[in-house]
Design a protein around this ligand. Structure first.
Ligand SMILES: [Zn+2]
Ligand SMILES: [Zn+2]
Length: 293
């Protein structure tokens, strides 16, 4: 199986082509996101980022108390690479996403005319500074939601790079029985079942994955098999929705043993919006923070 953290842009294209054949209703959406994910992958080779260092004492405390290694504001990023990618993602959006084309053009023009500093956008995104985004919205008429989404996607190669580097501080044998990412503390966006049914949760922010118990709700730590089950359809044997009756939250999952294609979780996430609708119709809520949905 292809490790999605070491995937190439060609493999993303293949994964996208296979998914488009399987789920033609998502053709336009997959086309759009595939271009973004390929651009992200291509930009990884240009990244210049100093490793994040964690001192031995702090590391010992974090491990003992099961704290994540860093907070979101501690991620470092390559400003130039992220700014170049933001320009590219704006161009992709202008051409392929009707709904966001106008704000994407406004962002690109504001950056080109130097009224918007991409470095400030990235820093304020990581620091969750709403004041900055409100100011941009009132002064430049660029909505926070689109700006955050496009900026986040431009930062993602840096975030994934940092997350991968930080895994060197984690012990492979340590079981992380927590519902939040061991790297950055965010909730999982997606889940994967692999060979022999091993379950992994994938971070909604840095996209690192961690091994998790099969019968476990990451949103309320529930381990009671009586209140944990999953929804499943014979038409889509490769997907399931794990639901928790205790906190009424769900998480989508791909079962790689039942999928005969390259799996790239961010694409699978996009091609399963119907599962979100299904779960929400049954009164389950998503566990992903609103701004990342
Ligand atoms: Zn994370
Ligand atoms: Zn729960």
């Amino acid at each position: 199986m292809t490790d999605y953290l070491a995937i190439t842009s060609d493999q993303i294209k293949k994964a996208g082509a296979a998914l488009k054949k399987l789920r033609p209703t998502y053709l336009d959406l997959l086309d759009y996101y595939q271009q973004i994910f390929v651009a992200q992958e291509d930009s990884k080779s240009q990244l210049k980022i100093e490793p994040i260092k964690i001192g031995a004492e702090i590391l010992a405390v974090k491990k003992n108390d099961k704290f994540p290694l860093i907070t979101i504001s501690e991620f470092v990023f390559d400003k130039n690479a992220a700014a170049t990618l933001l320009k590219k993602i704006c161009q992709i959006t202008e051409a392929a996403n009707e709904e966001m084309a106008a704000p994407a053009r406004a962002i690109r023009k504001a950056i080109a005319s130097e009224v918007l500093d991409p470095g400030a956008v990235f820093s304020n995104l990581l620091n969750a500074d709403d004041t900055f985004f409100n100011k941009v919205e009132s002064e430049l008429n660029i909505g926070e939601k689109t700006l955050s989404l496009l900026a986040y996607n431009s930062l993602k190669p840096s975030l994934m790079h940092c997350a991968l580097q930080l895994t060197s501080y984690l012990d492979e044998d340590d079981v992380w029985e927590k519902g939040y990412c061991p790297i950055c503390g965010s909730t999982p966006a997606f889940s994967m079942f692999e060979d022999e049914g091993q379950r992994f949760l994938i971070c909604s922010f840095c996209w690192q994955r961690w091994s998790a118990p099969r019968i476990y709700c990451p949103f309320c730590d529930n381990k009671d098999s009586k209140t944990l089950h999953y929804l499943y359809s014979d038409q889509e044997k490769d997907y399931r929705i794990d639901v928790c009756d205790s906190c009424k939250t769900y998480i989508k999952a791909v079962d790689t043993r039942k999928a005969d294609r390259i799996i790239y979780p961010p694409l699978e996430f996009v091609a399963t919006l119907h599962l979100d609708i299904k779960a929400q119709e049954m009164s389950f809520k998503s566990g992903i923070p609103l701004e990342l949905q």
